[in-house]
Design a protein around this ligand. Structure first.
Ligand code: SF4
Length: 166
């Protein structure tokens, strides 16, 4: 990215944060970049939650900020937030809700635009089952790539991965 592109990106982020601030979105106590982990069969799965809103009476709200919510990634987002929920419950937090925030739509509509994620006990249980199966595959060396343009384009490994599709 050139210097001017970088400056433009920084300015855009700054402007967006100012608009979100004016909308009062940050007027509640929030913890950001919260480290979480889950122990499954002696293995550790970890992640970082964008932010949790603290509501002493009703429990916390998990918020994951997306510049836009892409429908094709929705299942992935859902599993991500269900994992965060489980990990925070493990820390004895009372989670009342888990939400994706669509920043573009929030800016456009001048209203907080969120999508609620299902965190009922049976969904959380299926995430544990999926994680257990994924960990088993990894430990047995069975983790074949599943290249798709929509996932490869935003994958952190794409510059190294020989399987990448554009
Ligand atoms: S770049 Fe490689 S590791 Fe990343 S999603 Fe694509 S196939 Fe998977």
């Amino acid at each position: 990215m050139s210097e001017s592109q970088e400056k433009r990106a920084r300015d855009t982020i700054h402007d967006r944060i100012m608009i979100l601030n004016e909308l009062g979105i940050f007027n509640v106590p929030v913890e950001t970049e919260v480290d979480v982990e889950l122990q499954i069969d002696g293995n550790t799965v970890s992640g970082i939650v964008d932010g949790i809103e603290l509501h002493p009476d009703s429990g916390i709200i998990i918020r994951d900020w997306k510049s836009s919510i892409h429908e094709e990634f929705y299942k992935r987002y859902e599993k991500q937030l269900q994992f965060y929920t489980l990990a925070l419950i493990e820390q004895e937090k009372q989670v009342s809700s888990a939400q994706l925030v669509d920043v573009s739509k929030t800016i456009e509509s001048k209203n907080l635009f969120t999508r609620e994620i299902n965190i009922d006990p049976s969904s959380l249980e299926s995430i544990v089952t999926e994680l257990r199966a994924a960990l088993k595959g990894i430990l047995e060396g069975d983790y074949r790539p599943n290249p798709k343009p929509e996932t490869c384009f935003c994958c952190d490994m794409s510059r190294l991965c020989a399987e990448r599709v554009d």
